[in-house]
Design a protein around this ligand. Structure first.
Ligand code: F6R
Length: 634
């Protein structure tokens, strides 16, 4: 959480920092700020509460001149999200400025000590101790002062520091919060994430834990915390900058939903050649997988739901027992994993603090570890023994969509890959599965085509959206749900069974995170054990009921809901006539797809429902309140 961006070069820094922060805004958006060196004895800064557009307004009327600067967009941990607590934080002389992503755990004791020494604190943040410590140790060399300050600090950080006395220089350091250096020509950059750098350069250096960086326009020096130089080759990022832009869509979320069929196709084409599945970057030999007796998957949020679906996939295709845990529970419960366990972390960002901690715990217990993640060079990809990248491109909307279907696609391929190694499936069956899997992106596309049919101008007129979805959603979800939103009884239930159960959880999460409407997902078979007590005319029950081996069971569950006056919105296979007997409020059709691959198709209407409802309410779809894209604090 929080994004930091730094620039040193020949250009005016202000607009570069603003652009960089906008790209990082998904990491936190409750306040922002920028600090600039301008050749005087003081650092000049502007900061404000709220979104980056507030900072932009201030900079328009009160611009900052200077070619070396650091900026920050905040997701508050310590101290309310107001202007005073926004970063940068400055020392009492106004000569040193710091931006920080992470948590300083021992800040209160450091604060007390510094206060006794006469330091005046202005904010309630943990970060402010960092700048005062650097100032305390400053004797004309910022690098040394930062090094000394870091020795006093416990916690996590990615920091960038400038001093008015050292023009053109940024000193940065990292421990458990992401930091990437972008290499330019006569200019260099720092950012929390590569997506903020793509506009300027594709040559980057990932900063590792316990490393410091000294950046000037013509040099980047990396050292460890003791000052020992470190030689690290830059890597070239293959993401295209256009993938980090909206590309004509009104929201990143909608763009990312629409990218999904293309991403799944690209994953399959990249990984499968003549029915042979390859993971070139994996770095784990098939022989190592042969030693594995069980798999544990750990992840958070949407990635956790992908992990739950992964369990169904791996157990049924590869025939290996799988346990799935939320990372925050796994890391604190002395999990029983050992050298016979493959621990898979699933993460879009590769930086989620709990998942990263779980990965370390698993490594410490001797487990074989593997990360399924999207961001190249992220902490998880570097720390796990093996990595499989989802290659979904930058996911900017806070609500995850394309990362989810990319993670599912990797699970299908990985399960088939293991089935080949374990010989749990004959080659002919693996080939058949692959053939069917290759068909799935076109089915996903069909759902999207139905959605946008009749759409004329997405940007300007949401009401041109497809009649089948949009008009119905407007009728059933928006007008009525405006009232529902005010009603304490208004909520959504999502039900699924078997391999579609995790999608029920995912559908509910998508809706609540972007529309703020209460929504819960349940395994349909669990209804009788409690949740059915909630059924009356109030909740709308979205049921995942595509044709499958358990379709009849879903029908029975839906009948039970109907019998109690419940309102049904089933998602069914096209041509399903039986569903009409249940008199659903509305049903959404998806193309026929083999049961095991159905989550890739059935999740799309769930994503679109969440999107349409939030849009009708006029919510901030890409940056929902209280959330941040990567949760790099506990
Ligand atoms: C939900 C969402 C979050 C993330 C979760 C894990 O839409 O985006 O629930 O899935 O914070 O993040 P990663 O995948 O980066 O580990």
């Amino acid at each position: 959480m929080c994004g930091i961006f730094g620039y040193t070069g020949k250009k005016e820094a202000q607009s570069l920092i603003l652009e960089g922060l906008k790209r990082l805004e998904y990491r936190g958006y409750d306040s922002s700020g920028v600090a600039v060196q301008n050749g005087t004895h003081h650092i000049f800064f502007r900061k404000t509460h709220g979104k980056i557009r507030n900072l932009e307004e201030i900079l328009k009327s009160h611009p900052l001149k200077g070619t070396t600067a650091i900026g920050h967009t905040r997701w508050a941990t310590h101290g309310t999200p107001n202007t005073l607590n926004a970063h940068p934080h400055l020392d009492n002389e106004g000569e040193i400025a710091v931006v920080h992503n992470g948590i300083i755990e021992n800040y209160s004791e450091l604060k007390e000590t510094l206060k006794k020494q006469g330091v005046r604190f202005r904010s309630q943040t943990d970060t402010e101790v960092v700048v005062h410590l650097v100032a305390k140790y400053y004797r004309g060399d910022l690098e040394t002062a930062v090094r000394q300050a870091l020795r006093r600090i416990r916690g996590t950080y990615a920091i960038a520091v400038i001093s008015s006395r050292e023009p053109g220089r940024i000193v940065a350091a990292k421990l458990d919060s992401p930091l990437v250096v972008g290499l330019g020509r006569e200019e260099n950059f720092l950012a929390s994430d590569v997506s903020a750098l793509l506009e300027h350069t594709k040559r980057v250096i990932y900063v590792e834990n316990h490393e410091m960086i000294v950046l000037s326009k013509n040099s980047v020096r990396i050292t460890d915390l003791a000052g020992k130089p470190i030689d690290r080759k830059p890597v070239t990022i293959d993401w295209d900058v256009s993938r980090a832009k909206k590309g004509g869509f009104p929201h990143y979320m909608l763009k990312e939903i629409f990218e999904q069929p293309g991403i799944v196709t690209a994953i399959l084409r990249e990984r499968v050649n003549a029915s042979v599945i390859r993971f070139d970057e994996l770095k784990v030999a098939p022989a190592e997988f042969k030693k594995i007796k069980k798999i544990t998957i750990i992840a958070c949020g949407t990635a956790y739901h992908a992990g739950l679906t992964g369990k169904y996939i791996l157990e049924s295709i590869a025939g290996i027992p799988v346990n799935v845990d939320t990372s925050s529970e796994f890391r604190y419960r002395n999990p029983k994993v050992d050298s016979g366990t493959l621990v898979i972390t699933v993460s879009q960002s590769g930086e989620t603090a709990d998942t990263l901690a779980g990965l370390r715990e698993a490594k410490a217990k001797g487990a074989l570890t593997m990360a399924i993640c999207n961001v190249l060079g992220s902490s998880m990809s570097r720390e796990a023994k093996g990595v499989i990248y989802t290659h979904a491109g930058p996911e900017i909307a806070v609500a995850s969509t394309k990362a989810y279907t990319a993670q599912l696609s990797i699970f299908y391929l990985f399960a088939l890959y293991l089935a080949g190694i374990y010989r749990t499936l004959p080659s002919a069956s693996i080939r058949r599965f692959l053939k069917e899997l290759f068909r799935v992106p076109s089915l996903m596309q069909k759902v999207l085509d139905d959605y946008k049919r009749d759409a004329k101008d997405w940007e300007s007129n949401a009401h041109d959206f497809n009649r089948r979805y949009h008009a119905q959603l407007e009728k059933y979800f928006s007008e009525a749900s405006h009232e529902r939103k005010r009603s304490p009884n208004g909520f959504f239930m999502y039900l699924g069974r078997g391999i579609n159960f995790p999608n029920a959880l995912e559908g509910a999460l998508k809706l609540k995170e972007i529309s703020y409407i209460p929504a819960e997902g349940y395994a349909a078979g669990e209804m009788k054990h409690g949740p059915i007590a909630l059924i009356d005319e109030n909740p709308w029950v979205i049921c995942l009921a595509p044709r499958s081996s358990i379709y009849e069971k879903m029908i029975s569950n839906m009948q039970e809901i109907k019998a109690r006056g419940g309102i049904l919105i089933p998602i069914v296979t096209e041509g399903d006539k039986e569903i009409h007997r249940l008199k659903p409020l509305y049903s959404i059709e998806v193309p026929r797809v083999e049961e095991i691959f159905s989550p890739l198709v059935t999740v799309i209407p769930l994503q679109l429902i969440a999107y349409c409802v939030a849009r009708e309410f006029g919510e901030d779809i890409d940056q929902p309140r209280n959330l941040a894209k990567s949760v790099t604090v506990e």
